[in-house]
Design a protein around this ligand. Structure first.
Ligand SMILES: [Ca+2]
Length: 365
């Protein structure tokens, strides 16, 4: 569970204007106090809540690097988003007029806390299930990606893979070691792009119709990260997307409170229109970067059921003739996108590099 550290130093001033005392005898407010609270879901988002006696309004000044944001506030409650770590001064004035006020400030420390990424514990699933046979697996036990089963997709696709994604996919961002496949999203300039990552598929090499699929993984986090473990229909090159069907076993949209939530979705063609059906599930504590979790689908000719750590959170009946896409063979895609239409771009709160670490993928039928 991430927590925030705020160190607060507090000073109170009683002031009119020190150098030039006000010539009128206006009553200056008194009893100014304020709190600064940092959001537990959005790093760097702070809320100031000020109270005073006899004020007409508050002036709240957020110092940030070389800039200040000055907000006049009747309620005394205002928010501000810090995008960098550091010590920052927040100054609050309780005003009766522009020149008559008392002032107080606090210095806060903004620290974007990193989850413990070294933890390899977490949920595990078995190597066998009653009534099923294990028909394909990759435990990532070697020292390189098995390219008999997997392909690298290179570049930024067409229009950022149709989503205005910001990364350039390279082989270099994938490693296999210590029983894990790791896809690393980096902030680095390459071929005119600001980020690099990897995208792997089993297209034309490994595909399945139906079965139970288990993928054990630890996920990246923070604003702009968009990791996905998903599938496309084998016939994509002949019928196109979304006619081929898309099964998203797991997607996560990083930052903004999304680091503890995964989505399971299908996309298909409904008489010429793209159709979607999905749901999400949220961890009761912590984020998906901290421990391994298992993302599964159980798929047969009747339905697709999505599970996270063996708990069902979404299902769709695929017997409707309009859902025939999902009664055919699909291949796998693992990728970590950076930016794009769904997550939005990385910002100053984003930590690079980011990793999606996959322990295994297993297919049972
Ligand atoms: Ca493994």
């Amino acid at each position: 569970m991430r927590s925030f550290i705020i160190v607060i130093y507090s000073f109170v001033f009683f002031a009119g204007c020190k150098e030039e005392p006000p010539v009128n005898n206006a009553v200056v407010p008194s009893n100014l106090s304020f709190t600064v609270e940092e959001s537990t879901t959005k790093e760097g988002l702070v809320t100031v809540e000020a109270i005073a006696t006899n004020q007409n309004y508050f002036t709240i000044i957020f110092n940030d690097q070389d800039d200040s944001t000055i907000i006049e506030s009747n309620s005394g409650v205002e928010t501000y988003q810090y995008l960098q770590e550091g010590d920052f001064t927040i100054r609050v004035r309780a005003n009766t007029s522009y020149t008559d006020y008392i002032s107080s400030f606090k210095t806060i420390n903004i620290d974007f806390e990193e989850p413990d990424l070294s933890d390899t514990s977490g949920y595990k699933t078995p190597l066998s299930y009653p009534g099923y046979s294990l028909i394909w697996q990759d435990e990532f036990d070697g020292t390189s990606l098995n390219q008999n089963d997997w392909n690298f997709e290179i570049g930024n696709g067409n229009g950022g893979w149709g989503n205005n994604e910001l990364q350039y996919y390279r082989e270099e961002n994938t490693t296999v070691a210590n029983g894990h496949l790791t896809i690393e999203a980096k902030s680095e300039i390459y071929n005119g792009f600001n980020y690099t990552s990897s995208r792997l598929t089993t297209q034309n090499k490994v595909s399945f119709q139906y079965g139970r699929i288990d993928i054990r993984a630890k996920l990246p986090y923070s604003q702009g990260m968009w990791p996905a473990l998903w599938m496309l229909g084998d016939n994509i090159n002949s019928v196109g997307w979304p006619r081929c069907g898309e099964i998203d076993i797991m997607e996560l949209v990083g930052g903004n409170g999304g680091d503890n939530k995964v989505h399971g979705t299908v996309h298909w063609d409904n008489n010429g229109t793209k159709a979607d059906y999905g749901a999400s599930t949220t961890l009761s504590s912590g984020i998906f970067a901290e421990k391994f979790h298992v993302f599964s689908i159980i798929w047969d000719s009747q339905k697709i059921v999505w599970l996270m750590d063996d708990v069902e959170y979404n299902s769709i009946n695929i017997t409707d003739p309009n859902l025939s896409e999902f009664r055919a063979k699909f291949f796998f895609i693992f990728n970590v996108a950076v930016g794009g239409n769904w997550p939005g771009s990385p910002d100053g709160t984003t930590k690079f590099p980011q990793k999606m670490i996959v322990d295994y993928i297993r297919v049972f039928q």
